[in-house]
Design a protein. Structure first.
Length: 209
């Protein structure tokens, strides 16, 4: 049986998130939980025709450093995830996508945060123009999959969503990742739902019939 929420107290209301204290009863035990309520976010992997991927570099004050990441942003009020992904892609990267496929979704830190991230693969990219917000200072660069996996391995990429998402594209023959071609990607309607494709036959795994 799901625990019962007894009360909610809003202790902070912000532009991006609110902070709540909720009283919970579970199996006769009552306790408080501090919750950060977030509207959710979108993450986009923009793959160009030459098999490069656009990453953004920006200062993250909570981390105290500049981080290299895949494009992402908060879903706006009344916005569905796909619309948010298309908006963020053009705002941050300056492209629109002919094809936008949802790969997966996941909770970022469910111990205290309600944020649900929706992950999209964007292909058929057409260059337009960046539409950055007034307080966004972002630089964009394109990298090959090999370069991205190398930066993950040697810790030059330290952003969690980027580290978690790119291994979905495969494991390498030189460990730990294998690069998928555009033709191979096109054969897989849902990469995350086809884990059998992600393992190297060298390791004793192969695609299930």
């Amino acid at each position: 049986m799901k625990p019962e929420k007894l009360s909610t107290k809003n202790i902070y209301k912000g532009r991006i998130f609110d902070v709540l204290v909720e009283r919970i009863r579970e199996n006769g035990l009552e306790y408080d939980r501090e919750i950060v309520r977030h509207a959710g976010s979108v993450v986009i992997v923009p793959v160009f025709a030459d098999l490069t991927v656009a990453l953004v570099r920006q200062y993250r004050h909570a981390a105290g450093e500049y981080l290299l990441e895949i494009p992402a942003g908060t879903i706006e009020r009344g916005e569905d995830p796909e619309t948010g992904a298309r908006r963020e892609l053009e705002e941050e990267i300056g492209v629109t996508a002919t094809n936008l496929e949802k790969l997966t979704e996941f909770f970022v830190s469910p111990g205290f945060l309600t944020e649900l991230m929706h992950v999209f693969l964007a292909t058929g990219l057409v260059e337009t123009q960046q539409r950055l917000e007034a307080d966004e200072l972002i630089s964009v660069a394109r990298y090959s999959f090999d370069e991205i996996f190398e930066m993950i391995r040697d810790h030059r990429i330290r952003d969690a969503k980027t580290i978690c998402i790119f291994p979905r594209f495969g494991l390498t023959s030189t460990a730990p990742f294998v690069i998928l071609s555009v033709r191979f990607l096109a054969k897989i309607p849902n990469i995350v739902g086809n884990y059998e494709y992600l393992f190297s036959e060298r390791k004793g795994f192969s695609r299930k019939p």
